[in-house]
Design a protein around this ligand. Structure first.
Ligand code: P6P
Length: 323
């Protein structure tokens, strides 16, 4: 049974990067423990505050953010961090080589109803000597990521990550407090008949997305020629994990509720890390019109439309958008 550090060493990951990833994992173990305590920890429920996204912060959003921020900005190899819960990027060490972006608690609307939530993280290398409190140093496309992963706090706590050598899954052994390798070389089935989308937004979608979903709902008699099933967990980490395990397609498309926003999900700490994982597992990840990892970020909180999962199904959605 291999531990995370043994797997990273075997992949030839630089020691400094391993130390950065290890600090992310130390914080995530603490988050996992606090979530397991639930009401007993007295940390469920919402705060009085809104984050930069305009979303009400849950107590655990703030606690998780602070755990990750505090340990990472103190790491000598971290130049800075960007977080969904931080207005601006936060400087770490001026000599640090790595930049870490994260969504500390994705799907946090699920916390108070005891459903799955997760932490998503992405690691980039600083390309110049700009300080980590200048967002410019983070603004690199997803292809520049050197590592990406998530921790899914479900019935078991799972770490899923890649350093560009395929996707591995580790299960948290709570008896010893270590993530243990339990699956290697994950491959997403190329085809699927299971889509994940929030149907309540249908009237706000672009015509191309409406047409694809309409055709899915026509089933065997429709142009897609098969009966589809639907899932929606309201936690991207849980959706992506299901897709890694059995295939599927997850979509959070552009919608006109707020035309100024490219979508709901954020490029730097949701779209890009999940795209690296999905592509490393043989899947595809697109805005509907271009690969997500080719999108040039303009700001740390940029939003992006997301269509990811089984590569042949993603190709169909892209084809609908190119008609
Ligand atoms: P909706 C969670 O808030 C999140 O960012 C993703 O994890 C999830 O897929 C999506 O938003 C859920 O959005 O509009 O269905 O609540």
């Amino acid at each position: 049974m291999k531990r995370l550090d043994q797997v990273l060493a075997a992949e030839g990951v630089p020691a400094e990067l391993e130390l950065v990833i290890n600090d992310v994992i130390v914080a995530c173990k603490d988050i996992a423990f606090k979530l397991r305590q639930g009401e007993l920890a007295g940390i469920l429920g919402a705060t009085e505050d809104e984050n930069v996204q305009g979303e009400t912060q849950k107590k655990l959003d703030v606690i998780s953010n602070d755990l990750l921020k505090d340990i990472l900005v103190a790491n000598p190899y971290v130049r800075g961090i960007g977080s969904e819960e931080e207005d601006y990027t936060v400087a770490g060490s001026a000599a640090g080589k790595y930049l870490v972006t994260f969504d500390p608690l994705d799907g946090s609307s699920n916390i108070d109803v005891n459903l799955s939530v997760g932490t998503i993280f992405s690691v980039l290398e600083a390309q110049d000597d700009q300080s980590g409190d200048n967002q410019e140093v983070f603004l690199q496309n997803g292809r520049k990521q050197v590592a990406a992963g998530y921790v899914l706090y479900g019935p078991s706590a799972l770490l899923v990550m890649t350093t560009g050598n395929g996707v591995n899954i580790f299960t948290l052994d709570t008896t010893v407090g270590e993530f243990i390798l339990t699956k290697s070389g994950i491959q997403i089935p190329a085809d699927t008949a299971e889509f994940a989308i929030n149907m309540s937004n249908q009237r706000f979608w672009e015509p191309e997305m409406k047409q694809y979903i309409d055709d899915c709902l026509l089933g065997e008699e429709g142009p897609l020629g098969k009966r589809y099933n639907m899932r929606w967990v309201a936690s991207m980490v849980a959706e992506v994990h299901r897709i890694l395990m059995r295939g599927g397609i997850f979509m959070y498309p552009y919608d006109k509720r707020d035309p100024s926003k490219a979508g709901k999900l954020r490029l730097m700490y949701e779209g890009n890390p999940m795209s690296m994982i999905v592509e490393q597992a043989g899947g595809a990840s697109s805005t509907g019109r271009m690969d997500i990892m080719d999108v040039a970020p303009k700001g740390i909180h940029d939003r992006v439309p997301v269509v990811l999962g089984s590569k042949n199904e993603v190709a169909k959605v892209v084809a609908y958008h190119s008609k």
